[in-house]
Design a protein around this ligand. Sequence first.
Ligand code: SF4
Length: 284
Amino acid sequence: MLYDALFYEKLNKKVNCFLCPHHCLISEGKFGLCSVRTNAGGTLKTINYGEVTAIALDPIEKKPLYHFESGSKILSVGSFGCNFSCGFCQNYSIAHHRAESKYYAPHELVDIIISIKDNIGIAFTYNEPSIWYEYVYDTSKLLKEKHPEFKVILVTNGYIEKEPLARLLPYVDAMNIDLKSFSQNFYKKECRGDLGSVKRTIEAAYDKCHVEITTLLIGGLNDFMKEIEEIAAYLGSLDKNIPLHLSRYFPHYKMDRPPTDISVMIKARDIAKEYLDYVYLGNV
Ligand code: SF4
């Protein structure tokens, strides 16, 4: 289904999307870099509104969130599409392909969220939540207006423009934001993104909702102690209580480097703990 998208301008017969910092200029019949927003007759449409590819009740620690509603479970949903192109993507089958999906209107998903025993809310995860922004926004707003006791969580790469983020944040309780590296070159080469935009998202969010950060450490690419120190010092300068999850890389998708050394993971944690009160290792 084609659904009206937000955040764009018409330019002759093209459309300029401002949802994320890519600012794609899209010709008639073509798609943006995320493969889910398209120029249909001179207007911007999204093809994944309400299209759910994965749905499961997960422990909150799996997001990972260790300092928010510990021990609880949360309904987790994802769609398809992503605005990054990481060769090490852990969810490439839905991030970069149009996977089989089932449509749920926002009110249908809200009904499911509140009907599940012991569920604390909804986590938009598996693929990049900002890439089905209109649906995430509508569903989060509806849930918070009708059932404010339920939580909304985003597990995100943080690559979203200021205005859409500001509009969504009042309905968000917690975020896990990937800070994939502290090198602009890494973001550009490995993800087709940029570090500054992700930092801007962290800075906009960390004092508005609960925020935890995840960094996947990939041997030889971003597991340098200097870089880990920069990440930890940066987060510590915002708030020493921001939890940092250092996750161990395993070969995935297009990347076949060997798994990151355990000794490097441990050393990275020790360095990060000089700046932050809570540093965790994942996948070890
Ligand atoms: S959301 Fe998609 S179409 Fe819009 S700027 Fe980002 S990648 Fe391009």
